[in-house]
Each structure stands twice: as C-alpha cells, then as structure tokens.
Design a protein around this ligand. Structure first.
Ligand code: PLP
Length: 399
C-alpha cells in the first residue's frame, strides 16, 4: 500500500473533498437573482411562500422563517417563559447553541449522557435529572436520528414539561411516519450552509400552540404588530405598533428564494444521502477499527444529515486520523466535542467527565465523513480507501 500523504505519499485525491459543501444549482441561482431584481429583498412574499411550503412538507401549520435555528431555539424558550432558576434538560453531545440559548434566558442547562448506539441522549437517564426547577427538555436528534419520541412523550406528560425539538439535523426525520415537529411544543430547524437544505443561514420555528405562534411571529420582528413589508405594500400605508420588545430574527426573501428551490429537491437529495450511507455502512463493515453509529430503524426514518464513525481502535488517535485525512485531501468534522468538557460549561457548573462516561469516551472517538447531495460513489471510495490506508500505516496492517 502507498505511503500516506502526511508522510509524503501521494494524496488519495487531487482535489479537496469539502465537508458539508452545499449543492446549489442554476435554477436556485436564477431564483435568487429574480428576487434581487424584484425589489423585495428583505422579509416579503418569498418568505411567506417558503413558510407555506415548509409547513406542507412537515405537515404542521405554524411555521416562522427565521435567520437561524439558534434564533428559533431561543424564541421557543422565551415563549415558554424560561428564566431565572429554571432548568432545561438537554444532551451533552450537541452543538454549542442548543445550550447557549438556555444561558441567554438566564436559566441552567442540565446535561444528560448519551447512548453509544445512536449518540442521542439516553432517555432513560432524563428522569434522574428532574427536580422542582425543571421546566423544559431540548431534545437534539443527532445526525438526523430521531430520539425515542415515546419515552420523551411519557416524561414530558408526567412532569408537565415544555418540549423543544432541536431539529437542526432532522428536516426529513420521522417517527412513526410523522415529521419530528409533529411531536413536542416547538421544533427549530436549521438551513445553515452544511444542512440538508440550505438558505446559507436560516431557520424555521414550528410552534404547536396558535397563540404562542402569533406571539412568536411578532417577537421575531422587533415586537411590532404587522410584518414590516406590508407597511410599504399595495395594501396601503398603516401605522405599526410595538406591542412588546422583540428581536431581529427575520429571514430575508433572498434566503427564502434559495430555500423554496432547495425544498423542491429535498426528497431527491434524501435518496442520495440514503445511498451514500448504505455504501459507507457496507464498506466500513470490513474495517474493524471503525464503527458507524447506528442508522437502522424500527419506527424512525433518519435524515442522514451526518455520517459519523467511531474510531474504536485505541492505538490510532482520532485527531491523527483527521489530520491524515486532510493531507489525503478529504475534509472531515467532529460532531461534537461534548459540552460538559467545554470550558465555559465545565467551569460554571463544575462538571465532571466521570458523570458522562459514554459521551466522554465517544467524544474522543468520533469523526464525520462527507455525506450529501454532492457526494459521488468515487468520493465514497476515496474516503474508505484513505481511511484504510491510514489505518494500515498506523498499524502496518494489510487489508
Ligand atoms: C444540533 C444543532 N443545533 C443547533 C444548531 C444551530 O443552527 P444555526 O446555525 O442555524 O443557528 C446547529 C448548527 O449547526 C446544530 O448542529
């Protein structure tokens, strides 16, 4: 076998395989240009159309397009009245924003350890974290694998908790044939550049309760009682009223134009992701040093947002693997370094690694390889060959 590129060998690929590169086609570019030429570039008719189409896709009526999923998570907590001594339970293995928003409300994030199989929080540990201050749960559906909806439903009913889904990874994800936003009180989706569909930056908050939805819409744009764009529309001039101090979280028509076109392709792109995942699963079944997280499902339809591998051979470090892959011209990511090990949370709440044994271990083993609507069979072969080559080099093993 060839020398690895890190040691001066020829890289697996000539061009760099970018991790999470979005697939943007000509019709999407045209739609954005059309919007730029239309005169409405901030929140307007395209945003409304995107909300309606997204609503049809998830099968829930109350959708508010925002400038990020983070904005949606915060707005959900704000609408739920979370503050002060309140505690909100979430997973330790997630992106910073799932917990940062809890801090922004002045409340306390309470982290739960994960399951080794699918990396979602261990639903069986949630009850042990509940006390009289517990007000809400933020369930993160990691990599687009649904958490156990039945178990969470039982807990939120028993303790009368608010349930917010962090669906940043889970646009196409289903449980019992229904999209995740069908469950819980709020769901916040992301259309960040690397997500399954993108608006460059953007999010969508789904709100179950009609009154909270109406308030959320007003809060998403300064707390003023009419959409800004209507003030200047052909409907005629009307004064607006500030009904409470709101936020500047609105999506623009430029973003929505891209989102509308992306949404048309979501199921086509899902099929590609599904095929890529199946290829990886088959090919990595022959490599005992790595193990994909669980992507098999009884009641769940995964979105295949990420393809996460665990490096289970202790003789090779994850960071070495990622560095070596970069030299092979293959981009990777880590999803995630657990929050109980991040300086701010660790120090503020005196969190101990021993209290999160699975996430502590897994957080050092995982890395994500490229999956997406842009990825080809050749890309998959390059990733697998490069990983085998690096393992061979590290262990002098013959495949
Ligand atoms: C699990 C999770 N939650 C929240 C977010 C935040 O999404 P956004 O960048 O749209 O605010 C991300 C983004 O990567 C994420 O992965």
């Amino acid at each position: 076998m060839d020398k690895i590129a890190l040691e001066g060998g020829k890289p697996q690929r000539e061009d760099f395989l970018v991790f999470g590169k979005p697939r943007i086609e000509e019709d999407e570019i045209e739609e954005v240009v059309k919007t730029l030429r239309s005169g409405w570039i901030s929140t307007g008719p395209r945003v409304k159309e995107f909300e309606e189409r997204f609503s049809e896709y998830v099968g829930i009526k109350n959708c508010i397009a925002l400038n990020s999923c983070t904005a949606g998570l915060f707005l959900a907590l704000f609408l739920a009245g979370i503050k002060g001594k309140d505690e909100v339970i979430t997973t330790t293995l997630t992106f910073a924003s799932s917990a940062n928003v809890i801090e922004h409300c002045g409340a306390k994030p309470v982290f739960v350890d994960i399951k080794e199989s699918d990396l979602n929080f261990d639903e069986d540990l949630i009850e042990s974290k509940i006390n009289e201050n517990t007000k809400a749960i933020i369930s993160v559906h990691m990599a687009g694998n649904s958490c156990n909806i039945e178990k969470i439903s039982t807990i939120v009913k028993k303790y009368n908790l608010i349930w917010i889904n962090d669906t940043a990874h889970a646009i196409e994800t289903e449980w019992d044939g229904k999209k995740i936003s069908h469950y819980g009180d709020f769901s916040s989706y992301s259309f960040y550049a690397t997500k399954n569909i993108t608006t460059a930056e953007g999010g969508m908050l789904v709100v179950k309760d009609d009154n909270l939805y109406a308030r959320g819409r007003i809060l998403s744009l300064h707390g003023i009682s009419r959409d800004a764009w209507k003030r200047y529309s052909s409907e005629g001039f009307k004064h607006y009223e500030v009904v409470e101090p709101g936020f500047k979280y609105n999506m623009t028509d430029i973003q929505a134009a891209l989102g509308i076109k992306q949404l048309e392709k979501i199921e086509k792109y899902w099929k590609i992701r599904n095929e890529i995942a199946n290829m990886y699963i088959k090919k990595f079944s022959e490599v005992e040093e790595v193990e994909p997280i669980e992507y098999s499902f009884d009641r769940r339809r995964p979105s295949y947002h990420l393809f996460i591998l665990k490096l289970i051979d202790n003789s090779i470090s994850r960071d070495f693997m990622m560095d070596a892959l970069k030299h092979e011209n293959i981009g990777t990511g880590i999803h995630y370094l657990p929050l109980h090990m991040q300086r701010y949370y660790k120090e503020k709440y005196s969190l101990k690694e021993d209290n999160f044994p699975i996430a502590t271990k897994i957080g050092k083993q995982i890395f994500s390889v490229p999956i997406g609507a842009n990825i080809t069979e050749k890309d998959v072969n390059d990733v697998v060959c490069a990983i085998k080559k690096i393992i061979y080099f590290a262990k002098k093993k013959v495949f």
